[in-house]
Ligand binder design. Structure first.
Ligand SMILES: CSC[C@H]1O[C@H](OP(=O)(O)O)[C@H](O)[C@@H]1O
Length: 352
């Protein structure tokens, strides 16, 4: 596969003294970078969804740690870890659900704790490794996931899981790219993903850059589409996969999984092992991010709801493992996931 043909979008660009982030709040009509010159600016960018997507926010946080490191003097990594601790905590607190954020910062802390006087170089090397490993994982998962899809299939995806949400190529969107390239996927549908519209604003735009036509549907049209028989797989990303396979992902994923089971479709979750959290036993234990209800009161900046109306805005939900047919990771595919099958691939705990 000509990965470069698919992999032109780079939302995270390290510039040596600042981190340039593609402002995903402005896409698709405005392509604009936001320059972060310190770690707190990166934390704000993660919270404000300038950069979003579980793997992408982990990568951004790792570069945020490098920015924090550039601002301190320390004899070795252990001393640097003490001085950087508050900044790393503020990065970790930027969003609660995607475990990649916590995983990346735990990796950074571990690298620093073992580093000598060259700790800043070690820190930068860790950020580079986190980013390059994610890209390699996505390309490998693309092949693994595509192999599960019979030629002539239609797929539905939710939210955005592509180059905008990762180091490149994407997770669920990586499987879709590979499946299209191999002639296995004939029809791609993307649900708009209210309220932030990652599907309508990002996914269909991203696929358009690749010359992959995708049909946008309203979130409420998913079950009706499944009923037509046009779709055989629902393929989504993840923000946190528990030890029993329960999976937190963008709000609306759970509804799609219920409808898929009802209509005999299969559900594939695609995520790198940095999204697997073997320390969280089951979905009920995941903190679901509640964002400003005001995000529900407007569309693209235009107020659509009368004053005085209350709104409830959880931005993730949990799909129980029993509704998932395959979890595709770079460590292997877990079919019919449960605690035993997850442990067989990931062991009792993932270093992170
Ligand atoms: C490969 S991205 C994984 C995951 O992150 C997205 O959430 P958000 O846009 O709020 O950062 C979405 O849940 C994707 O499926």
């Amino acid at each position: 596969m000509d990965f470069d043909r698919y992999d032109r979008i780079r939302p995270i660009r390290w510039q040596g003294d600042r981190l340039s982030l593609l402002d995903q709040r402005r896409l698709p009509f405005t392509v604009e970078m936001v320059d972060c010159t310190d770690s707190d600016a990166v934390a704000r960018a993660i919270h404000d969804l300038v950069v979003r997507g579980a793997p992408a926010i982990g990568i951004a946080a790792a570069w945020g740690a490098v920015l924090a490191g550039q601002g301190v003097q320390a004899a070795d990594g252990a001393e640097a870890l003490v001085r950087l601790g508050p900044a790393l905590d503020r990065l970790k607190a930027a969003r609660p659900t995607a475990v990649n954020l916590m995983w990346a910062l735990a990796r950074v802390r571990r690298a620093l704790a073992a580093a000598g006087s060259d700790w800043l170089a070690v820190l930068s090397a860790e950020a580079i490794a986190i980013e390059t490993e994610d890209l390699a994982a996505n390309r490998y998962m693309g092949a693994l996931g595509a192999a599960l899809i019979a030629p002539g299939s239609g797929v539905l995806t939710h939210c955005n899981t592509g180059s905008l949400a990762t180091a490149g190529f994407g997770t669920a969107l990586g499987v879709i790219r590979a499946g299209v390239a191999e002639g296995r996927i004939e029809r791609v549908y993307a649900s708009e993903t209210r309220p932030w519209l990652q599907g309508a604003r990002l996914t269909v735009w991203e696929l358009l850059q690749d010359g992959i036509p995708a049909t946008l549907i309203g979130d409420g049209a998913a079950a009706h589409l499944m009923k037509t028989g046009a779709v055989q797989w629902v393929i989504v990303g993840a923000d946190r996969i528990c030890a029993n396979g329960d999976t937190a992902n963008k709000i609306g994923t759970y509804s799609h999984a219920i409808a898929a089971r009802h209509h005999g479709l299969k559900v594939m979750v695609v995520a790198p092992s940095s999204t697997v959290d073997m320390d969280t036993a089951r979905g009920e234990d995941i903190e679901i991010e509640m964002r400003d209800p005001a995000e529900l009161l407007s569309v693209a900046g235009t107020r659509t709801v009368a004053d005085g109306v209350e709104a409830w805005n959880p931005v993730f939900d949990v799909t129980p493992a029993g509704l998932i047919d395959a979890i595709v990771t770079e460590r292997g595919v877990v079919t019919a996931p449960d605690a035993a099958r997850m442990a067989a691939v990931f062991g009792a705990k993932i270093p992170g």
